[in-house]
Design a protein around this ligand. Structure first.
Ligand code: AMP
Ligand code: GLY
Length: 453
């Protein structure tokens, strides 16, 4: 079986390493992959959003199965196009990927189907939003709607900050563009982007904004496999989004994480099974958008109980890096069951162990940083010994050496019999690799001590 994976970060590396374990797979391609993925798959220089080229490559190379991992190609319809071309494909179609693509859609879905989330209002006019803010309680959360705008979350402590936030999102359009608005409109109405362009309706359109209640509590990530009807939950994880120790500094894509989360108790699991997971799958089906693929539930464990912070339509990054090494099943069987609608027949199982990932970044991330530094010590990692080096931002230079090529460079990941052992293993392994301007957090997994496990 020939399989291709779209994407080129740490998450895709984790998916590829898991696929490599499958006896059914004879050849693996990554589009575009990266310097480390090249060890495990054939990297093809086709971008993650170049859907036409992906389809062409799949047909020409007689690909048996495709996996679309990142949010952008999912929201742009890569699964739809590959499926249309006769390539079986893992991931939600465009209609279902909107659960991540539009905050307004996902918030409205939760409201309509009584899925617990933060209270919110949506606005399409900056004046209305500002009027609402005058009588709001602080802190308050502002979210820009739209594709790739998921990062557009502002937590505002005062009215002044919130007014400035509305200006950034709706007037300066810092988080969006007319293009994104068109893609969302296309999602909502089924009209073509080309047709919408002719309308010129979006040239000066303001974004939609979600204004949301501020919640407190621990954040837990839960990944799940979904086949349109059935949902199976993977083991939980906990991310560290801020750049610096003690959860200080700017928000990043994730500086490290661990699985399982000791705070994801049976009580939380029972609650979410009843009020969150299956209700979400049923809601998508009822909306005529059956979801097949991975739903990532970003949960906040508030004093009032678990609440959904966000949905993603894909594996998390770096959640995949700590969850997949613990999965016992052959992943291709699970992928196929999701698309064929036979997930109820799969006995999804995880090892009774733990996994910790510490991200090695380029100093200066997430703002500005230098790239192109040679990485040494990579040969010390052996998957079969429970030490994984997932490459996020690396490439080959002209001399064929692997060099840094991004803010997040490597995900140093280790298994252990429990969280403390996995953490010690992961931090030991961070010393094996080196490159100029190497930066990491030193407190990944601090919550493990707080939970006293
Ligand atoms: P999101 O993209 O919606 O997950 O938001 C990114 C981050 O912002 C989350 O991981 C939370 O840390 C924070 N956040 C989002 N919504 C809220 C909320 N309603 N209350 C408190 N923090 C939030
Ligand atoms: N680690 C969070 C995400 O993948 O969105």
């Amino acid at each position: 079986m020939k399989v291709m994976v779209i994407g080129g970060g740490g998450r895709e590396h984790a998916i590829i390493k898991k696929l490599k374990e499958s006896k059914e797979i004879t050849k693996l391609y990554a589009l575009p992959g990266n310097g480390g993925i090249a060890e495990d798959a054939v990297c093809v220089n086709i971008g993650a959003t170049d859907i036409a080229a992906q389809v062409k490559f799949a047909i020409e190379n007689k690909i048996d199965y495709a996996v679309v991992a990142p949010d952008d190609p999912l929201c742009l319809g890569a699964v739809d196009e590959l499926t249309k071309a006769g390539i079986p494909c893992f991931g939600p179609d465009k209609k279902a990927a909107i659960i991540e693509g539009s905050k307004v859609f996902s918030k409205n879905l939760m409201k309509k189907y009584n899925i617990p989330t933060a209270a919110y209002e949506t606005f399409t006019s900056a004046d209305d939003a500002k009027a609402y803010l005058e009588n709001a309680e602080y802190p308050i959360v502002l979210k820009a709607d739209g594709l790739a705008l998921g990062k557009g979350v502002l937590i505002c402590n005062t009215l002044e900050e919130a007014e400035a936030g509305v200006k950034e999102i709706m007037e300066d359009k810092k988080f969006g563009s007319a293009g994104n608005q068109m893609v969302i409109e296309e999602f909502m109405t089924g009209r073509d982007v080309d047709e919408l362009m002719l309308d010129k309706k979006f040239g000066s359109a303001g974004n939609t904004i979600v204004i949301e209640e501020f919640m407190t509590g621990r954040e837990v990530s839960v990944l799940s496999f979904v086949d349109g009807n059935t949902i199976k939950i993977m083991s939980s994880a906990q991310d560290h989004k801020r750049a610096k120790d003690g959860d200080q500094g700017l928000n990043t894509g994730g500086m490290g994480n661990f699985s399982p989360s000791p705070f994801y108790t049976k009580e939380v699991d029972d609650f979410c099974k009843k009020y969150v997971y299956q209700p979400t799958v049923d809601a998508m089906k009822a909306e005529g958008r059956p979801f097949k693929g991975v739903i990532f539930f970003g949960l906040m464990l508030t004093p009032k109980g678990p609440r959904v912070l966000e949905y993603n339509a894909r594996f998390g990054d770096p959640e995949a890096q700590v969850v997949l090494p613990r999965m016992k099943n052959d992943i291709i069987d699970v992928f196929e069951a999701c698309i064929d609608g036979t997930l109820d027949k799969i006995d999804l199982q995880f090892e009774d162990n733990a996994c910790v990932c510490v991200v090695l970044a380029s100093d200066g991330y997430p703002l500005s940083y230098e790239k192109g530094f040679e990485i040494t010590g990579m040969d010390k990692f052996h998957d079969d010994e429970g030490y994984f080096l997932f490459h996020a931002g690396t490439k080959f230079n002209e001399e064929g050496k692997v060099v840094t090529n991004g803010g997040r460079v490597l995900g140093v990941t280790a298994l252990g019999k429990d969280l403390k052992e996995a953490r010690a293993n992961a931090y030991r392994a961070t010393e094996w690799v080196d490159f100029a301007n190497k930066y990491m957090r030193h407190d990944i997994g601090k919550a493990i001590d707080e939970a006293d496990v």
